[in-house]
Design a protein around this ligand. Structure first.
Ligand code: ADP
Ligand code: MG
Length: 445
């Protein structure tokens, strides 16, 4: 029935809309006479309620339902990874995930086909984690064991873990890869204890070549799970099997984690992922757009990248929103349309600009590397670029003088001096004035 509903929906909306909204939906079955659909986040939930409820009811009616009921449920974030384009098959316009070879079908089920190294944009924020993941993928069990990746939510930890899984299965098709969230590990354990199936549980987790355990911070306070995980870890480690762990914080900050586990987590390599800078954000949006065959102008991507600064999941959500907005209203992509599409989600506050972003823009404008501007060079051009950067950072961000000084390895009085110097030259030096104006306009969007 769900595939019939999708068939109906598809005939009534555009391809882009279908892809943006319906492809990721998960059919959760019928509960109390209502068709329950799983959506990715509360924004999608609201969007469906507002825009597609009627259409879905019509679809059900066309299938003979008298009083069709549809409701939406937000899927837990981890379950995202389980969503595969399954029903119906994606249209030819979207590159289908490579068909898995039969021997590891089971593995592929839990690895998100989108989360590959190919689809991972490398930037200064994640290059260490990326390099470590690649090293581990190339020589599992030998490079770093375990590999521990930490960082805030939505920055690509799960993506990198899956990428290693894909890589390994491609290179060594016979290998066993197990991806599990700490929550599922805990639930599996509870079930195994209840059903007296500990042997199966241990066989399952101790016979793999690569074990990916996501969000390990949830081990905190779970003594029995920690105990069992300790043994799983040891069994794998002794057999030189690769273990990759992710967490929102480094091992030393996970409270109530047994010392022996903490020390094991620190045996290998600990690496972090930070928020992406502006250029990386633009690159991610660009890749996303290309991946989905959406032809969207660079300046629109830049506007989105300026508005959403911290979390890549939200960044992708914002792009989806702009795409949906323009396709629903049947208007081409433009900065104005994008600004409108994003205005309710992201408060129409001033666009957030970070110090590093400003520095990069200034560097590009003055044609010199950011590090040179931040360095100690005294050449006139460098000094001027440095002063402009400090001036614009003061104007465009919320950072205090001491913070700006620290960013440049200087004290606050130097920054004050830079600011008054630039203000003084503005108006006198027309070339400088033009450059500053241009930078300001560019960064304000
Ligand atoms: P985390 O596990 O850290 O919460 P995820 O791995 O789930 O974050 O990433 C959130 C979303 O952002 C995913 O859709 C992922 O594909 C995307 N993403 C994260 N980092 C990158 C990157 N460097 N390049 C492309 N997409 C990325
Ligand atoms: Mg994750």
């Amino acid at each position: 029935i769900w595939s019939d509903v999708l068939g109906y929906v598809r005939k009534n909306i555009t391809e882009v809309e279908y892809h943006t909204w319906f492809a990721p939906v998960k059919n959760l079955g019928v509960q109390d006479g209502s068709l329950v659909l799983g959506v990715r986040n509360s924004f999608a939930q609201e969007w469906f309620r507002k825009n597609y409820l009627r259409l879905l009811e019509d679809a059900l009616r066309s299938l003979g339902a008298q009083d069709p009921q549809v409701s939406f449920q937000v899927l837990p974030a981890a379950q995202d990874a389980l969503l595969l384009p399954s029903d119906p098959p994606p249209p030819p316009s979207v590159p289908a995930p490579r068909a898995p070879a039969p021997t590891f079908t089971e593995n592929r089920k839990v690895l998100n086909p989108k989360y590959t190294f190919e689809n991972f944009v490398v930037g200064p924020n994640n290059n260490l984690a990326h390099a470590a993941a690649l090293a581990v993928a190339e020589s599992p069990g030998k490079a770093y064991n375990p590999l521990f990746i930490y960082g805030d939510v939505g920055l690509g930890k799960t993506h990198l873990m899956h990428a290693v899984g894909h890589y390994m299965l491609e290179r060594f098709p016979g290998k066993r890869v197990e991806y599990v969230s700490t929550e599922s590990f805990t639930n599996d354990l509870i079930n195994a204890i209840r059903d007296d199936k500990m042997t199966q549980f241990r066989n399952r987790y101790r016979s793999v070549d690569l074990l990916l355990v996501d969000d390990i911070q949830f081990l905190a306070g779970k003594e029995r799970t920690q105990e069992e995980f300790f043994h799983t870890f040891n069994a794998l480690y002794e057999n030189h099997k690769q273990i990759i762990l992710s967490s929102d914080r480094p091992p030393k900050d996970i409270q109530t984690l047994e010392g022996r586990l903490r020390s094991r987590f620190e045996w290998g390599l600990i690496t972090d992922i930070q928020s992406p800078e502006y250029e990386t954000r633009v690159a991610i949006l660009k890749m996303n757009a290309e991946h989905n065959r959406i032809d969207i102008p660079q300046e629109v991507l830049e506007l989105i990248a300026r508005q959403v600064t911290s979390n890549i999941r939200e960044l992708e959500g914002a792009l989806m929103r702009v795409v949906a907005f323009s396709s629903l209203n049947n208007v081409p992509f433009s900065r104005a349309v994008a600004a409108k599409a994003l205005s309710n989600v992201f408060a129409p506050q001033e666009v957030k600009v970070e110090m590093m972003d400003v520095l990069r823009q200034v560097a590009a404008q003055f044609n010199m590397p950011p590090d040179v501007i931040r360095g100690s060079g005294r050449v006139r051009e460098v000094v001027q670029a440095r002063q402009v950067a400090q001036y614009l950072i003061r104007e465009l961000t919320d950072h205090s003088l001491p913070e700006i000084g620290q960013f440049f390895g200087r004290d606050h009085s130097t920054v004050m001096h830079a600011i008054s110097k630039v203000s003084e030259q503005m108006g006198k030096d027309s070339e400088l004035t033009a450059a500053v104006d241009l930078l300001r306009r560019r960064m304000k969007g």
